[in-house]
Design a protein around this ligand. Structure first.
Ligand SMILES: *Cc1c(COP(=O)(O)O)cnc(C)c1O
Length: 237
C-alpha cells in the first residue's frame, strides 16, 4: 500500500462527485440540487485553480486574512466565495465586501453589521447570502444558536435589507455511526422545516463535511462543505 501514489485532486474530485450522486440517488434526490462547496482553507491557490478548471465555482474559507490573500490571486476567475468560519465583529466589513455567502451567523449583532456594511446594488453587489448556524448538539463553547432562539433571530435577520437569509448551517459533533450522523442532521432539518413554514423563503441546508456527507444528503443537505476529501489532508499549522 505504501508505494501507491496519493490520489490527485482530479481523482479526488471525481470521487466526491460520484459519492454525492450516489448518496442523492439513494434518497431519490436529484444530484443537481446539491451544491459542492470546496472548503479550501489552508490550501494553496494552485489547488483552487485546479478545481476551478474542473468546474468547481464555490469555495469556502474560514480565516479572513488567508482568504483575502487568495482572492487577490484569483481575481481572473468568476468564483463564489463563502465564509465558513466564526465571524468576529471586527471582521464584518471585509466579509461583507469580499464574500458572497456567510455560513456561520449566530448573533443578531453580527447580522446587523454585515447588512450595514454590505455595499448596495448601486455598487454592483447583491444582498449577502447568509445561513444561521445552529449548535445542534448543544455543545458548550461551540458556535451556533440554540434551537429555541432560532425563530426570533431568523425573523429579524430576514428583515435586514442587505442580507438574504437562505437557511441553516450546522456542524454536528463527529460520529462514526451513520445512523447517529443522520439523527443529528434530521434534527437540523426539522428546525429548517419549522422555519420554512413561516414563509421566510428559505432554500438552503448547509450540512455535511468529508466524513458525514452521505448522511447529510440523506437528510436533505443542499450544500455540502468538503475539504479533506477534495484536497487531501490539510498541511496543518
Ligand atoms: C474545515 C471545514 C469544513 C471541511 O471539513 P472536511 O472535514 O475537511 O471536509 C467544512 N465546514 C467548515 C465550517 C469547516 O471549517
Amino acid at each position: 500500500m505504501f508505494d501507491r501514489k496519493a490520489p490527485t485532486i482530479e481523482e479526488r474530485y471525481q470521487k466526491v462527485v460520484a459519492d454525492i450522486a450516489s448518496a442523492a440517488r439513494q434518497s431519490a434526490r436529484d444530484p443537481a440540487e446539491i451544491l459542492l462547496l470546496a472548503v479550501s482553507k489552508q490550501q494553496p491557490v494552485a489547488s483552487i485553480r485546479t478545481l476551478a478548471a474542473l468546474g468547481v465555482r464555490d469555495f469556502g474559507e474560514n480565516y479572513l486574512q488567508d482568504a483575502l490573500d487568495k482572492q487577490a490571486g484569483l481575481e481572473d476567475l468568476p468564483l463564489v466565495w463563502h465564509f465558513v468560519g466564526h465571524v468576529q465583529s471586527n471582521k464584518t466589513r471585509d466579509i461583507a465586501h469580499r464574500f458572497d455567502w456567510v455560513h456561520g451567523v449566530d448573533r443578531l449583532k453580527i447580522a446587523r453589521r454585515l447588512s450595514d456594511q454590505r455595499p448596495g446594488r448601486n455598487q454592483g453587489k447583491e444582498p449577502l447570502n447568509v445561513c444561521l448556524q445552529v449548535n445542534i448538539d448543544d455543545e458548550p463553547g461551540k458556535g451556533g444558536l440554540h434551537p429555541d432562539d432560532l425563530p426570533e433571530i431568523a425573523a429579524a435577520v430576514a428583515n435586514l435589507p442587505k442580507l438574504r437569509l437562505r437557511g441553516l448551517m450546522a456542524i454536528p459533533k463527529p460520529e462514526i455511526d451513520p445512523d447517529r450522523q443522520r439523527a443529528a442532521f434530521r434534527r437540523v432539518r426539522g428546525l429548517y422545516e419549522a422555519l420554512h413554514g413561516r414563509g421566510l423563503g428559505l432554500d438552503t441546508l448547509s450540512m455535511g463535511m468529508s466524513a458525514d456527507m452521505q448522511a447529510a444528503i440523506a437528510e436533505g443537505a443542499t450544500i455540502v462543505r468538503i475539504g479533506t476529501a477534495l484536497f487531501g489532508p490539510r498541511p496543518g499549522p
